[in-house]
Design a protein around this ligand. Structure first.
Ligand code: HEC
Ligand code: HEC
Ligand code: HEC
Ligand code: HEC
Ligand code: HEC
Length: 455
C-alpha cells in the first residue's frame, strides 16, 4: 500500500478505467432516476444490476494488479523484502497517496451502497416483477393493473417484510432468471404458488380480519344470445360479515371462516380444487372431521395438508381473470364498453373471442375481421349508420381478449380457477357440497342462504 507506484500496471489500470466509467455512468443514471427521467424497465437491469457489478470488479482489479506487481518485483529478491510495507505519514508522497486512497475509498463506499440500495429497490418494483420478464408475467401484470390492488406492489404480497423472506425470494428469483434464460419455465405459470407467505403476514398487514364488513350487494348482469341481447340480473346480498364477539357483532362468511374457526384441509390435486377431507376446530376447541364419500386413507395420506386462510378463498385478489368469454362480455356490456343495443353483439363478440388464435396480434385482427364482417353482411343499415358503435364493440372485444387470454403463455379463459363463488369453478362447493360428512352425519352445508340472500 505504501508504494503507490505498485498500481502502475496493466491490470490495475484496467480496473481503474472500468471502475471510473461505471461509477460515472451509474451516478449519472442514478441522478436521472432520482428526478424521474428514466422509465424503461430494461435499462434498470443494466444500470442497477450490471453496472455495479462492473464497478466492483474494477475496484477488485486494482489491488489484484498491485499484488501481482509486488510479487513480480520481489521475485528472486531477499525474503526480507516480503515483509509488510512500512507506512510513513511524514513522507509527503505517502501522505498524499494515503489521502487519495482514503477519499476514493469513501466515495466508493457511497457509490456501492447507493448501488446496492437502488438495486434492491429496483428488484422489488412492479416494473421489475411485471415487465422485465415480459411475456412470462404478462398475464398477471395485465390483470393486476386494473385489479383492486394495483397500488400494492407485487412484492408486498409475494415477498412481504423481513430478511428471511427477502433471502428466500432472491434464491428462488435466481432460479427463475435461469428458467427464463434457458426457456425452461412452465406455461402457464402454475397456481397455487407453493410456499406463498401465509396470509396472516401478508393480507393482514392491511386488512384486519375482525373488521366487520356487513353484507356486500353484488349485482350480476347477464345477456342473452338474441338480437336484442336481452338483459337479466341477479342481486345477491353476500353475507361477508366478520367482526368479533368482543365488539358484539360476529356473523357471516368471514366470522365463521376466519375468526371463530380454525379449518384445515387436505387437497389431493395440485391446484387445491379437490378437497376430500376437512377438519374444523371451533373456538371452544371442539374438533370435527368431515370426509367426502368414497375417499380412501391412502389418497388422503398422499394429499397436501393446509391450514385454510384468506388465499384459499381470495386466490386471485390482485390479478383476476375472467372465467369464461361469456362472463367477460357480460361485464363489458354491463359497464357500457360494448354497446348493449347493437344487434346480436353478445353472441358475435363471444363467438369471435372463443376462436383460437396463435398470438394476441392475430386475435386483434381475427376479432376485428369477424365482427365487422358480420355487421357488414347481415346488418348493412347498422353498419352504415352506426359505424362508431361497431368500432367500439370491436375495440372492447379486443381488450377483453388481451386482458384475459395469453396464447404465448397458454393462458385461456378459465385457466386459473377463482375460488370465490361456485358457478364457474368448484370454489366454495369444494367443501360445501352436502357430500362432506362427519361420522355422525353432520354435513358442511350447501344451504343457499348461509352465504347470500338472492333477491
Ligand atoms: C394482493 C396481493 C397480490 C399482489 C399485489 C400480487 N399478487 Fe400475484 N398472487 C397472489 C396470490 C394470492 C396468488 C395465488 C396464490 C395461490 O393460489 O396459491 C398469486 C399468484 C401469482 C402467480 C402465479 C400464477 C397465477 O396467476 O396464479 C404469479 C405469476 C403472480 N402472482 C405474479 C404477480 C405479479 C407479477 C404481481 C405484480 C404485478 C403480483 N403477482 C401481485 C397475490 C398477489
Ligand atoms: C399493502 C396493503 C394491502 C395488502 C398487503 C393487501 N391488500 Fe387487499 N386491499 C388493499 C386496499 C387499499 C384495498 C381497497 C382497494 C379499493 O377499494 O379500490 C384492498 C381491497 C381488497 C379487497 C376488495 C376487492 C374489491 O374488489 O372490492 C379484497 C377482497 C382484498 N383486498 C383482499 C386481500 C387479500 C386476500 C390480500 C392478501 C393476499 C390482500 N388483500 C393484501 C390493500 C392491501
Ligand atoms: C371462506 C372464504 C373466505 C375467506 C377465508 C376470506 N374471505 Fe374475504 N370475502 C369472502 C367473500 C365471499 C367475500 C365477498 C365477495 C367478494 O368480495 O367478491 C369477501 C370479501 C372480502 C373483502 C371485501 C369486503 C367488502 O365489503 O367489499 C375483503 C377486504 C376481504 N374479503 C378480505 C379478506 C381477508 C384479509 C381474509 C383473510 C384474513 C379473508 N377475506 C378471508 C370470502 C372469504
Ligand atoms: C376447505 C373447505 C371449505 C371451503 C373451501 C369453504 N368452506 Fe365454508 N365452511 C367450512 C367448514 C368446515 C365450515 C363449518 C361448518 C360447520 O359449522 O359445521 C364452514 C362454514 C361456513 C359458513 C358458516 C355456516 C353456518 O352454518 O353458519 C359460511 C357462511 C361459509 N362457510 C362460507 C363459505 C364461502 C362463502 C366459501 C367460498 C368462498 C366457503 N365457505 C368455502 C369449510 C369450507
Ligand atoms: C358456501 C357459501 C355459498 C353457498 C352455500 C351458496 N353460494 Fe352462491 N355464491 C357464493 C359466493 C361467495 C358467490 C360469489 C359472490 C360474488 O361474486 O361476490 C356466489 C354466487 C352465486 C350466484 C351468482 C353467480 C354469478 O354468475 O356470478 C348465484 C346465482 C348463486 N350464488 C346461487 C346460489 C344458489 C342457488 C345456492 C344454493 C344451492 C348457492 N348459491 C349456495 C357462496 C355460496
Amino acid at each position: 500500500m505504501a508504494d503507490v507506484r505498485l498500481v502502475r500496471n496493466a491490470i490495475s489500470f484496467a480496473g481503474m478505467i472500468l471502475a471510473t466509467i461505471s461509477a460515472v455512468l451509474f451516478v449519472v443514471v442514478f441522478l436521472a432516476d432520482l428526478f424521474g427521467w428514466h422509465t424503461n424497465p430494461y435499462l434498470g437491469i443494466v444500470f442497477f444490476l450490471i453496472l455495479p457489478a462492473f464497478f466492483i470488479a474494477g475496484l477488485l482489479l486494482i489491488p489484484l494488479g498491485a499484488w501481482l506487481e509486488r510479487k513480480k518485483r520481489s521475485r528472486g529478491k531477499h525474503p526480507s523484502d516480503l515483509r509488510w510495507p512500512r507506512f510513513d505519514l511524514n513522507d509527503p508522497t505517502q501522505r498524499t497517496a494515503a489521502l487519495i486512497v482514503a477519499v476514493l475509498t469513501m466515495a466508493n463506499v457511497v457509490i456501492v451502497s447507493l448501488a446496492a440500495y437502488r438495486g434492491i429497490e429496483y428488484m422489488d418494483s412492479v416494473q421489475f416483477c411485471g415487465q422485465v420478464c415480459h411475456g412470462v408475467m404478462k398475464p398477471e401484470f395485465t390483470a393486476y393493473q386494473d385489479g383492486p390492488h394495483s397500488r400494492v406492489t407485487c412484492v408486498q404480497c409475494h415477498i412481504g417484510p423481513g430478511a428471511s423472506w427477502f433471502a428466500r425470494s432472491k434464491l428462488s428469483g435466481t432460479r427463475q432468471v435461469f428458467a427464463v434464460s434457458l426457456n425452461t419455465f412452465s406455461r402457464p405459470i402454475p397456481s397455487p404458488v407453493q410456499n406463498l407467505r401465509p396470509a396472516r403476514e401478508v393480507c393482514e398487514q392491511c386488512h384486519w380480519p375482525e373488521k366487520f364488513h356487513g353484507d356486500k350487494i353484488q349485482r350480476v348482469f347477464e345477456y342473452a344470445e338474441d338480437e336484442a341481447n336481452t338483459e337479466s340480473g341477479t342481486t345477491l346480498d353476500v353475507h361477508v360479515g366478520g367482526g368479533s364477539e368482543r365488539l358484539g357483532i360476529a356473523t357471516g362468511i368471514h366470522w365463521h371462516m376466519n375468526v371463530a374457526n380454525e379449518i384445515e384441509y387436505i387437497a389431493t390435486d395440485d391446484k387445491r380444487q379437490v378437497i376430500p377431507y376437512v377438519r374444523l376446530k371451533d373456538r371452544f376447541g371442539n374438533v370435527r372431521e368431515y370426509t367426502a364419500e368414497g375417499v380412501t386413507p391412502d389418497q388422503l395420506a398422499k394429499g397436501e395438508r393446509r391450514r385454510m386462510d384468506c388465499m384459499d378463498c381470495h386466490n386471485r385478489p390482485s390479478h383476476p381473470m375472467a372465467p369464461t368469454a361469456e362472463k367477460a362480455v357480460n361485464s363489458a356490456m354491463a359497464q357500457g364498453e360494448i354497446p348493449k343495443n347493437l344487434p346480436y353483439v353478445r353472441r358475435e363478440a363471444v363467438k369471435a373471442l372463443k376462436a383460437t388464435y396463435p398470438t394476441q396480434a392475430a386475435a386483434d385482427e381475427g376479432i376485428s375481421r369477424a365482427m365487422r364482417e358480420f355487421y357488414r353482411t347481415q346488418y348493412q343499415q347498422v353498419y352504415m349508420t352506426r359505424r362508431q358503435d361497431v368500432e367500439r364493440a370491436v375495440t372492447s372485444a379486443q381488450n377483453v381478449y388481451n386482458r384475459n387470454v395469453f396464447p404465448e403463455m397458454n393462458v385461456q379463459f378459465g385457466t386459473y380457477p377463482n375460488n370465490i363463488g361456485h358457478m364457474d369453478f368448484p370454489g366454495c362447493f369444494r367443501c360445501h357440497d352436502d357430500n362432506h360428512k362427519t361420522k355422525d352425519g353432520t354435513k358442511i352445508s350447501q344451504d343457499c342462504d348461509t352465504c347470500h340472500h338472492i333477491e
